[in-house]
Design a protein around this ligand. Structure first.
Ligand code: LIP
Length: 343
């Protein structure tokens, strides 16, 4: 049975479920809602259990490798790019061709699954509970156009609107990051060796932003309140303690949110703070990060349970202590301001 159908059955309780003798109606309602959530969760777990996630991961790896060949064979100097929203938001013919190939292959292998891809996305499309492939054919398009070798295909599977499989492949550096929920995260290096993530199996505690390498991306929106928040917070992160800053080790901007998530999962960067990118940029990286012991909070203060589609992400590497403290410290650098994005 499709998960959406299963969920709709599960969320149609009998009226008697909402009241019981001697219990205040509101507390009974709250406990019924919470049992429905538990039931929904159980149904999702049940569906995940029905899927062969190893086979799905291997299919995503094959498709990512085929996409990698297309990227390597494309000549960025003749692959002209088009402007999307503005001159820094671009798409190439290769982005479109890769997504068409990925969509066709996955549709043949898993005809019942849904597909959400950057280049075919329509604003009305929302992630559903059904198994869904989420695809960014080329994350780091500007890097691709410039020939800067930090570009990847990002492929994920979600079930119940949560990521369960992630594959991120950078063909230029032949680095392949993979994860299945509950089964760990891995990096396959160009020489074929496979390493469980994080690279340091016993990572150091996080002891504050002062000791952190922080990834920040710039996006293509370069004016207005979101831009002011991005630049002011970055300035605060970098500035010396003597002038009220956090004096983090430094800032890095790799140009690919998918790879930023993987670098945090690997422990090569400590945090990645990003408002404005989209589900396809981070969905695969999310599972890879969580399976490496990392956590995802919101880029906006106060939200420890951000949604995949919320466009607000703060990724923190695995550590025996200090993860929550470093999130709070970064949020405090935002000085009470919040990003606002259309979803
Ligand atoms: C890009 C991201 C980049 C972010 C941009 C954009 P694209 O994805 O990965 O890090 O700053 O806003 O979303 O467009 O190259 O797939």
């Amino acid at each position: 049975m499709a998960l959406s159908a299963m969920s709709s059955v599960a969320s149609t309780p009998a009226m008697s479920d909402f009241s019981s003798a001697g219990t205040p109606a509101s507390s009974s309602l709250a406990s019924s809602i919470s049992s429905l959530r538990d039931l929904d969760k159980a149904l999702v777990e049940c569906l995940i259990g029905e899927l062969n996630l190893v086979e799905i991961r291997d299919t995503l790896i094959s498709v990512a490798q085929a996409a990698g060949e297309m990227m390597l064979n494309a000549d960025p100097s003749v692959d002209t790019s088009e402007t999307k929203k503005n001159s820094s938001d671009r798409v190439t013919a290769t982005d479109k061709a890769v997504e068409a190939m990925v969509k066709a292959c996955l549709n043949t292998a898993y005809p019942d699954f849904e597909f959400l891809g950057e280049e075919s996305f329509k604003v009305s499309q929302k992630l559903t509970d059904a198994p869904t492939f989420v695809c960014d054919p080329i994350d780091g398009t500007l890097n691709f156009i410039h020939g800067f070798p930090n570009t990847a295909i990002s492929l994920a599977l979600t079930v119940g609107r949560k990521p369960v499989v992630g594959v991120v492949f950078n063909p230029f550096r032949r680095e392949l990051y993979t994860a299945i929920k509950g089964q760990g995260a891995y990096l396959q290096k160009p020489n074929g060796t496979v390493h469980r993530l994080p690279i340091r199996q016993n990572p150091d505690p996080l002891t504050g932003l002062n000791g952190c390498l922080v990834a920040v991306e710039w996006g293509s929106e370069r004016s207005g309140p979101n831009w002011d928040l991005r630049t002011n917070t970055t300035r605060k992160l970098l500035s010396a303690k003597s002038v009220g800053g956090a004096m983090c080790h430094s800032i890095r901007s790799s140009g690919s949110a998918a790879l930023d998530f993987c670098y945090v999962a690997a422990g090569q960067m400590d945090l990645f703070w990003e408002g404005g990118c989209w589900i396809w940029d981070i969905c695969a990286g999310w599972t890879i990060l969580e399976e490496a012991g990392g956590l995802v909070a919101s880029a906006n203060p106060g939200d420890w349970d951000p949604s995949l589609e919320g466009r607000l992400y703060l990724a923190v590497r695995g550590a025996p202590s200090g993860q929550k403290e470093v999130v709070e410290e970064l949020w405090s650098c935002m000085e009470g301001k919040e990003f606002v994005f259309a979803k």
